[in-house]
Write a protein that binds this ligand. Structure first.
Ligand code: NAD
Ligand code: UDP
Length: 317
């Protein structure tokens, strides 16, 4: 039986952390999902449970090359998101954001598909404005080790807005702030997964710098809800729209909370602060609240508990 309003939806980066949750959600909503991924930082394991679903299709493809498929909507998530991954092959990272955007925007133009871009709080760089709202243009180093990611994402935003102005493509640009949850890769290098895995293994917890820098952490389910609401908004709104949880914590506080949850004997140890590591980050989500009638519901404590439970299983298997 064909579900009414079933759409053909492509998710690039669909085998990654966020992409796999999004594919699950879109299937649950009754859509046909085409998951496109080159498995650079994502894995088949993240979507293996979806493979038996006839409405799910997995395609190995690198978005820096063109793709010819017929779709109604596109979520463009392809891009490694963790510093250790995006710095491993920085030229490929920029290509993924820039050539990838050109390819998926060309596809959207031809098929008249609505298209969502997973942009990032990194477009604000190391910000002088706090909290960051969408009108802030950012303070980004164009030649540093984070630039391949930050500038790639900034250029992708430019391309999205030019395809919108020049070719009337229906775009949705979301600026995502740090998000965590089950299916982050254990060796992903991002702070939440690092701290949980270190605590579970009884290893030292590595604070980069003195741990006084801040981040705001959003649980994955809250973020995916916002993605879908933003994409479904009619009449359309281009964004950019900040999506994240405004609850702000120092990295040291995060480490202490993880330790309190996991228990064990791990010690906090300091490691050099990576170059261009932003000092503070907190989204102003006024616009998302107004437009999407949305705000995050899962408090850090609860989200961490679910994520710890996930990593306990992964490490035990
Ligand atoms: P992730 O690394 O788990 O997922 C990215 C996926 O993209 C992976 O499956 C990877 O294999 C795939 N990919 C990379 N290069 C590709 C290419 N050239 N062609 C096809 N697939 C490719 O990261 P994530 O946390 O799930 O992030 C998803 C998206 O959201 C990224 O675009 C990221 O920049 C953005 N984002 C995430 C966060 C966050 O906190 N998780 C914050 C801001 C922005
Ligand atoms: N961080 C840390 N220890 C780690 C990994 C990260 O102290 O083992 C710090 C990192 O320096 C940054 C913050 O945690 O200040 C968030 O890092 P992450 O890589 O998760 O995301 P991003 O810097 O892109 O926000």
């Amino acid at each position: 039986m064909r579900v009414r309003n079933r759409k053909r939806i492509m998710v690039t980066g669909g085998a990654g952390f966020l992409g796999s949750h999004l594919c699950e959600r879109l299937l649950a909503d009754g859509h046909d999902v085409l998951c496109v991924d080159n498995f650079y930082s994502g894995t088949k394991d993240n979507v293996v449970h979806l493979l038996a679903n006839p409405h799910f299709e997995l395609m190995r493809h690198d978005v820096t090359f063109p793709l010819y498929v017929e779709v109604d909507e596109i979520y463009n998530l392809a891009c490694p998101a963790s510093p250790i991954h995006y710095q491993r092959d920085p030229v490929q990272t920029t290509k993924t954001s820039v050539h990838g955007a050109i390819n998926v925007l060309g596809l959207a133009k031809r098929t008249k598909a609505r298209i969502f871009q997973a942009s990032t709080s990194e477009v604000y760089g190391d910000p002088e404005v706090h909290p960051q709202d969408e009108s802030y243009w950012g303070r980004v180093n164009p030649v540093g080790i984070r630039s391949c990611y930050d500038e790639g994402k900034r250029c992708a935003e430019t391309l999205f807005f030019d395809y919108h102005r020049q070719h009337k493509v229906d775009i949705r640009v979301a600026r995502i702030f740090n998000t965590y949850g089950p299916r982050m890769h254990p060796n992903d290098g991002r702070v939440v997964s690092n701290f949980i895995v270190q605590a579970l293994r009884g290893e030292d917890i590595t604070l980069f710098g003195d741990g006084s820098q801040t981040r705001s952490f959003c649980y994955v389910d809250d973020l995916i809800e916002a993605f879908v609401r933003f994409m479904d908004l009619d009449p359309g709104v281009t964004g950019p729209v900040n999506l994240g949880n405004p609850g702000e914590f120092t990295i040291r506080e995060l480490a202490e909370r993880v330790l309190a949850l996991v228990g064990g004997r791990s010690r906090l140890v300091m490691r050099p602060l990576p170059q261009d590591d932003p000092r503070q980050r907190q989204p102003d989500i006024t616009l998302a609240r107004q437009l999407l009638d949305w705000e995050p519901r899962v408090p850090l404590e609860q989200g961490l508990e679910r994520t710890v439970a996930h990593f306990r299983k992964v490490l035990a298997s």
